[in-house]
Design a protein around this ligand. Structure first.
Ligand SMILES: [Cu+2]
Length: 127
């Protein structure tokens, strides 16, 4: 009987661990770069990405394919501009986006005029 209770307790705990949203990642925007340039995430694992703009003006992290392929709730979908797939931040701003990425390799860039030319490009690798 004690064993059965333990087994039942484990069965209840396991799904909670699988859905653990504690994985963290960070993308720092600057003039004119993303750090890291290549973001590495795990497919199918929920992650909270902390976006920070340390630049002297506005920047964004545009990755339509990445955000479109990822699973997220409505509140987070709004944070990435819906179909725009873009996190836009003013100077000094930050934003957390929680999502579950899909396997693939996706390009990212800042959509501000000439910023990608000056180095604001990157990629997201999900595997
Ligand atoms: Cu920019």
């Amino acid at each position: 009987m004690r064993f059965l209770l333990l087994a039942a307790a484990l069965a209840l705990t396991a799904p909670a661990l699988a859905a653990d949203p504690s994985a963290k990642a960070e993308v720092v925007m600057a003039n004119f770069s993303f750090n890291p340039e290549a973001l590495h995430l795990h497919a199918g694992q929920s992650v909270t990405i902390h976006f920070v703009n340390n630049g002297s003006g506005g920047h964004d992290f545009t990755a339509e394919e990445f955000f479109s392929a990822a699973t997220m709730d409505a509140a987070n979908r709004t944070k990435v501009g819906g179909a725009k797939g873009r996190v836009s931040l003013g100077k000094g701003e930050s934003l957390d986006v929680t999502l579950t990425p899909k396997a693939g390799e996706y390009p990212a860039h800042c959509s501000h005029l000439l910023h990608s030319t000056m180095g604001m490009t990157g990629k997201i690798q999900v595997d």
